[in-house]
Design a protein around this ligand. Structure first.
Ligand SMILES: [Zn+2]
Length: 106
């Protein structure tokens, strides 16, 4: 009997084992067939990559707000979901010019 975390390969009928798969720079959960090498993506993770691709060339407006004495940047929910961001996650800010700050999730 196979464990629940294995997936039947549609291509060859053998069992695909859980694996981390690289997709357009993302590490996504999925399965890889041990026999034929076919890969299957986790649906939730694949949707996150699709959401990212939909947003990646858009300019998304947001506003600065105060939290105590600090200004905070509001990141819209669609970006939060596409990148899988969580409250408390560390970021790095880099000043690139008088009107440009880049935010890197670290
Ligand atoms: Zn296979």
């Amino acid at each position: 009997m196979k464990s629940n975390d294995e997936l039947k390969c549609v291509k060859c009928g053998k069992w695909a084992k859980p694996n981390t798969i690289r997709l357009e720079g993302f590490k996504v959960r999925g399965w890889k067939c041990q026999k034929c090498g076919e890969t299957y993506l986790h649906p939730g993770d694949a949707n996150r990559v699709l959401a990212f691709n939909k947003l990646k060339n858009e300019v998304i407006k947001s506003k600065l707000s105060y939290s105590g004495n600090s200004l905070i940047v509001r990141i819209p929910k669609n970006i939060v979901n596409a990148l899988g961001l969580k409250k408390g996650e560390s970021i790095k800010l880099a000043l690139e010019g008088p009107n440009k700050i880049t935010v890197t999730i670290s």
